[in-house]
Design a binder for this molecule. Sequence first.
Ligand code: SF4
Length: 280
Amino acid sequence: MNKEIFLCSICNINSGTCLEDCKFCSQSVRYKADIDRYKQKDIKRIQEEAITARDNGALGFCLVTADKGLKPKTLEFVCAVAKAVGEVAPELRLIACNGTASVEQLLILKEAGIKAYNHNLETSESFYQEICTTHPWSERYETCQNVNTAGLTLITGGIFGLGETQADRVSMLESLASLNPTSVPINFYHHNEALELEPNSIEIEDAFNLIALTRKLIPNADRIMVAGGRELMFGERQSEIFEHGANSIVIGNYLTTNGRAMNKDLDMLQSLKLEVAKKV
Ligand code: SF4
């Protein structure tokens, strides 16, 4: 079992304003989910959240925007936030997660201090059209390739529990492996009643097996991260994710759902005699 666990915190710097129709996403304006919606989070507040994350052991701090891709204003805002966070918490490794992006846009982010880019494939190429009709899976794959070309660290993963088959899951994991990511965030669909998708019906043992399968099919990834849906999927047994190959988690809140208090995760790691990673 991995002895060092990498902690990452995510910050929704723009929320709930996306025009796309991804069926699992409460940030799409189409489904009218009851979530906070705002164009730009206050930079001072983002700095405070970054300091809290760092003080609770996070190495990664991910700046997330809700949109299909990087529009000029979004790019400008992410760069401004990256610089502002760098001033107050230079120890944090900054990650951007801003949808589809060109090599040129990624290089601008890199210049502003972003070290890694997260763009998930979400699911298999063939199942993707069942969960999104407004943009193709190929654009997602291409963005991941652009991240590698731009020389940023690639973070890419997906979501389980959208109604996909086991073959879809294997296909997604093989596609992820072909991109040679450093970190693979896997999410377990957290149902919102405003969404038409059926709730996630994955059994807990199958979910543990999916973590192990991710590790097996992407052996070169430094980190397999259990991200959104951890608390809901694994409940009292979430400490067992590490036995199945996970070595990274998100601490604090997710994009539109609450995680548990950061100190609970730190207590869990301590009770398992797992160390919080101090560097990547
Ligand atoms: S593109 Fe991203 S933010 Fe927009 S609906 Fe899809 S998953 Fe949500």
